[in-house]
Design a protein around this ligand. Structure first.
Ligand code: ATP
Ligand code: MG
Ligand code: MG
Length: 554
C-alpha cells in the first residue's frame, strides 16, 4: 500500500500534521448503529478507519451508535464485532454512545441554563410547518422563549418518563432563518418509552444522532471523524454542538466526509437488507446471496479479498456504482492462491473404460495446488466406471472441440489418456453411458513416452464407486438490475432474480468426505466452492463462491 498515492483523507491528515497537530493525538473510530448486520459498504469504512489506525499507529475505537432503542439489538452488536474481527482488525476500545447518556444529559441541562436549548411541546406536524423551506426562513416556535426554570422542569419530567412519546422534545436554540435547514432549531432529545438493549428502562428520552455523535467523538478524543457524504450538511451542526461543549481539555474532533460505496446488482442498506430477511426473500442475514459480510463469508469470500477490494476502489468524493465483478475478481485472485484443487462432477454422465479390469482400483497422485508448492499432493481413486461432466462429451464434434468425442483422445486429469468408442442411449436418445478405452501406458507423471504425448484436451472425473454425494448450491445475482434501488419510483424488490438459487447434487472425490464448514476448494474447471454450515453427518453442503472466470452476461 505504500506505493499508492495518498487518498484525500490521508492528505487532510498529513496537512494537519504538517500544521502541528501531534501525531500521537490521532484517533479514529468506526461507528456502526447496531440495527442490522454489516454489509460490503461498511467494509469500505472499516478498512478506511482501521487502515488509518495502522498507517499512523493510532487507536481506532469500535463505537456502537446505539441511540435508537426501537431498532437496535444485542444480536446486531455481536454480529458486528464478529465481522470486524473477521476482516482482521483489532479495535482499541469497544464503546457505546449509550455509555454517554448521562454526560449528554448533563450537557443538555447546561444548554438550557445557557439559553441555547428549550423544550417544545408542539406536534411534529406544527414543528415541520414552522421549519420553512431552503429559500424561506422558518418561524419561531411559540415555546422558544420559555423560561430556564420551566425548561429545566419539563426536561426533568421528560427524563422521568412522565410524558407520552411525541408530546415533548428538547430543541437546540440556533437559528430558524439559517440557510442550512439542519440549523433551524434541531431536536436534541425525543421521548421513547422503549427498553434499550444496554440501558434497559433507565431512560425515557434518547439523544438524536446529530447531538450524540460529535459529543461521543469528543469524549473519545477522536481527531478525525469520518462519515459518508450525506452528513456533509450536518457538519455545521456537528461544529455548533462542539462549540457549546468544547473546553480545551481534549482533542477537538473534525468531521470529514467521503462517498458511500454502492455495489452493482445488490443493495447496501441495512434497512433494505432487513426487508429481504423479514419478508423471506433470503434465508437470513448470512444468506450467501446477501451483500452482508456474514453472507459473503458464508459464500466463501475471504477477508483478504474484501480488504483488497476496498483498497482497490479506494475512497472517493463522489458516489458511484462499483461493478460487483470487481469484487468477484478479488475473490478469485485470492482463492487461486490459496484454495486446494479437487475434482467434482456436477452434471454427471457415466464413462466406462472398457479395457480397464473390473473390480480394479488405483490411487493416483494429484497435485493440490499448482500455485502453491507447499500445498503438496493427495491420492484420488481411479476405476473402470467414472463420472464426467455431460458437457465434456459431444457425440458429433468438429475439429475445434477438444473434450471427449468418439474416435479421439483426451486426457483424464491426473490419470490416463482415453479414446471415445461408443455411446449407450435410452429410449429418448439421451446418452446414459459413454464407452472408452484407455492407453495403459499413459499414466500422468509416469514419464513413459505414451504419458508424454501431447493431447489437446484434459477433463476432470470422479470414480463412481468412490464418489461422495453432496448438495451443491449455485448462486446467481440476487437482483437482475444493476442498480435495484436507483429508481425512487420502483421498489427494489421488483428486481429480485427469481432464479438466484439452484440446488443440485454433485459427485465429489472422496478426499472431501471430512470437509468442514468454512473450508474452501476449487472444483477443477468449475469454480471455487466452500463447505456450508448446513453440512451435517448425513449431508455435505457446498456453496459456489465464484466461477473461474467472469461469465456474467452484461
Ligand atoms: P445503512 O443505511 O446500511 O444503515 P448507515 O450509514 O446508516 O448505513 P451505520 O451503521 O451508521 O450505517 O454505518 C457505520 C459507518 O459505516 C458510518 O460511518 C457510515 O457512514 C459507514 N457506511 C455505511 N454504509 C456505507 C457505504 N455504503 N459505503 C461506505 N461507508 C458506509
Ligand atoms: Mg448511521
Ligand atoms: Mg442506517
Amino acid at each position: 500500500t505504500e506505493e499508492r498515492s495518498l487518498n484525500f483523507i490521508e492528505q487532510i491528515i498529513e496537512e494537519d500534521l504538517a500544521n502541528g497537530f501531534p501525531k500521537d493525538k490521532l484517533r479514529f473510530r468506526f461507528p456502526p448503529e447496531p440495527n442490522g448486520y454489516l454489509h460490503i459498504g461498511h467494509a469500505s469504512s472499516i478498512c478506511l478507519n482501521f487502515g488509518l489506525g495502522l498507517r499512523y499507529n493510532a487507536p481506532v475505537n469500535l463505537r456502537f451508535d446505539d441511540t435508537n432503542p426501537a431498532k437496535e439489538e444485542q444480536e446486531f452488536v455481536d454480529a458486528i464485532k464478529k465481522d470486524v474481527e473477521w476482516l482482521g482488525y483489532t479495535w482499541a476500545e469497544e464503546r457505546y454512545a449509550s455509555d454517554y447518556f448521562q454526560e449528554l444529559y448533563d450537557w443538555a441541562v447546561q444548554f438550557i441554563k445557557k439559553g441555547v436549548a428549550y423544550v417544545d411541546s408542539q406536534s411534529s406536524d406544527d414543528m415541520a410547518k414552522q421549519k420553512g423551506t431552503p429559500s424561506q426562513p422558518g418561524t419561531n416556535s411559540p415555546h422558544r422563549d420559555r423560561s430556564v426554570e420551566e425548561n429545566l422542569e419539563l426536561f426533568e419530567k421528560m427524563k422521568q418518563g412522565e410524558f407520552a412519546e411525541g408530546t415533548y422534545v428538547l430543541r437546540a436554540k440556533i437559528d430558524m432563518a439559517s440557510p442550512n435547514m439542519l440549523m433551524r432549531d434541531p431536536i436534541m432529545y425525543r421521548i421513547l418509552q422503549k427498553s434499550h438493549h444496554r440501558t434497559g428502562t433507565t431512560w425515557s428520552i434518547y439523544p438524536m444522532y446529530d447531538w450524540a455523535h460529535g459529543e461521543s467523538d469528543y469524549i473519545e478524543a477522536v481527531s478525525h471523524s469520518l462519515c459518508t457524504l450525506e452528513f456533509a450538511m450536518h457538519r455545521e451542526l456537528y461544529d455548533w454542538f462542539l462549540d457549546q461543549v468544547y473546553d480545551n481539555t481534549l482533542t477537538r474532533p473534525k468531521q470529514r466526509e467521503f462517498a458511500r460505496r454502492n455495489l452493482s446488482h445488490t443493495v447496501v442498506s441495512k434497512r433494505k437488507l432487513l426487508q429481504l430477511v423479514e419478508e423471506k426473500y433470503v434465508t437470513g442475514w448470512d444468506d450467501p446471496r446477501m451483500s452482508t459480510l456474514s453472507g459473503m463469508r458464508r459464500r466463501g469470500y475471504t477477508a483478504a479479498a474484501i480488504r483488497n477490494f476496498a483498497d482497490t476502489i479506494g475512497i472517493a468524493k463522489r458516489q458511484n456504482l462499483i461493478d460487483v465483478s470487481l469484487l468477484e475478481f478479488c475473490v478469485r485472485e485470492d482463492l487461486n492462491k490459496t484454495a486446494p484443487r479437487v475434482m467434482a462432477v456436477l452434471d454427471p454422465v457415466k464413462l466406462v473404460i472398457t479395457n480397464y479390469p473390473e473390480g480394479k482400483e488405483e490411487w493416483l497422485e494429484a497435485e493440490n495446488n499448482p500455485e502453491d508448492e507447499l500445498a503438496g499432493s493427495r491420492e484420488v481413486p481411479f476405476s473402470r466406471e467414472l463420472y464426467i461432466e455431460r458437457e465434456d462429451f459431444m457425440e458429433n464434434a468438429n475439429n475445434k472441440y477438444f473434450r471427449l468425442t468418439l474416435g479421439k483422445e483426451v486426457r483424464l486429469k491426473n490419470a490416463y489418456i482415453i479414446k471415445g468408442e461408443s455411446v449407450v442411449k435410452d429410449a429418448d436418445g439421451t446418452i446414459t453411458e459413454i464407452h472408452a478405452t484407455y492407453d495403459t501406458d499413459s499414466k500422468s507423471g509416469s514419464g513413459t513416452e505414451a504419458s508424454l504425448r501431447k493431447i489437446k484436451g484434459t477433463i476432470h472425473w470422479v470414480s463412481v464407486p468412490h464418489a461422495i454425494k453432496a448438495e451443491v448450491r449455485i448462486y446467481d445475482r440476487l437482483f437482475t438490475h444493476e442498480n435495484p434501488d436507483g429508481d425512487k419510483d420502483v421498489d427494489f424488490k421488483e428486481y429480485i432474480n427469481p432464479d438466484s438459487l439452484q440446488v443440485i447434487t454433485g459427485y465429489l472425490e472422496p478426499s472431501l468426505k471430512s470437509a468442514e464448514a468454512g473450508e474452501r476448494v476449487q472444483f477443477q474447471r468449475l469454480g471455487y466452492f466452500c463447505v456450508d454450515k448446513d453440512t451435517n453427518a448425513e449431508q455435505i453442503v457446498f456453496n459456489k463462491t465464484v466461477g473461474l472466470r467472469d461469465t456474467w452476461a452484461k
